[in-house]
Design a protein around this ligand. Structure first.
Ligand code: C5P
Length: 241
């Protein structure tokens, strides 16, 4: 596995899951000496539309816009066209072949990630939906297809990361949420199910980890960031030796 030239400051993507642009900006100001990549998701986007996105880009930060578009192909395509001129680096979509193809038509410089299976889902959720595949197989199948269609990468948990990296190669951009400090994979934390530490996710092949509550709700967010970055750095040096 080749180690990609991604600055340590950009390995963690901090999820700004707060209810106003003002709170998001406060969290960015507290953390930006150590971070350069932020995620705007549904809650914050509903609260302020592009305000935080544009502010982050103007400040020189990278932005992942995580709205997980899922609709008929034409609607997804037009939605992607709406976001591609805001300097966003990564955006997320769900979908079948037609939806992904339509989204790709309008992506411009934006890198598109397909969501495979949410990290809050466990095997029992798949069974409840009548699906017989394992999560790992479903994630793998969806990721391989997304890549074949031309997506830049996928979102998956750290548990599936090593198989994806091994079988789909270095071209895949792999972004991993469900990160918890010191997490044993059998733990559960908040509403997340498929969890692991930042260092292990990177060791398994993730390019970036997405972290929300463990940093945002910490008394000392910078201390948590530094701990995770040390963990990531150790994994990267092991991978390169
Ligand atoms: O607080 P926590 O670290 O669990 O936040 C994880 C973030 O990653 C949330 O913003 C969530 O929407 C996002 N996410 C996820 N699972 C995915 C895709 C995105 O948890 N498959």
């Amino acid at each position: 596995m080749a180690i990609k030239d991604i600055p340590l400051k950009e390995r963690i993507i901090l999820a700004l899951d707060v209810d106003s642009p003002a709170k998001a900006k406060e969290l960015v100001r507290r953390t930006e000496s150590h971070l350069g990549f932020y995620k705007v998701g549904l809650q914050l986007f509903m609260a302020g539309w592009f305000e935080t996105v544009d502010w982050l880009v103007d400040r020189g930060h990278k932005v992942m816009l995580d709205l997980k578009f899922f609709d008929i192909p034409e609607t997804v395509k037009l939605a992607v066209a709406q976001i591609r001129n805001h300097g966003v680096s990564l955006a997320t979509i769900h979908g079948n072949d037609a939806i992904i193809r339509a989204a790709l038509e309008e992506k411009g410089d934006l890198r598109l990630l397909a969501v495979t299976v949410l990290t809050s889902f466990g095997e029992e959720d798949l069974r409840a939906m009548g699906m017989t595949q394992s999560i790992e197989d479903l994630v793998y199948f969806r990721a391989r297809r997304a890549l074949e269609l031309g997506c830049d990468g996928v979102v998956s948990s750290g548990l599936e990361a090593s198989r994806l990296r091994h079988d789909l190669g270095d071209r895949l951009l792999l972004v991993t949420p469900g990160i918890r400090p010191g997490a044993n994979v059998l733990d559960r934390a908040d509403d997340q199910t498929r969890i692991m530490t930042a260092g292990l996710a990177i060791a398994n092949g993730a390019d970036h980890v997405v972290v929300g509550r463990p940093i945002a709700k910490a008394e000392d967010p910078v201390a948590v960031i530094r701990g995770m970055q040390q963990d990531i750095d150790i994994s990267l040096s092991r991978l390169s030796s």
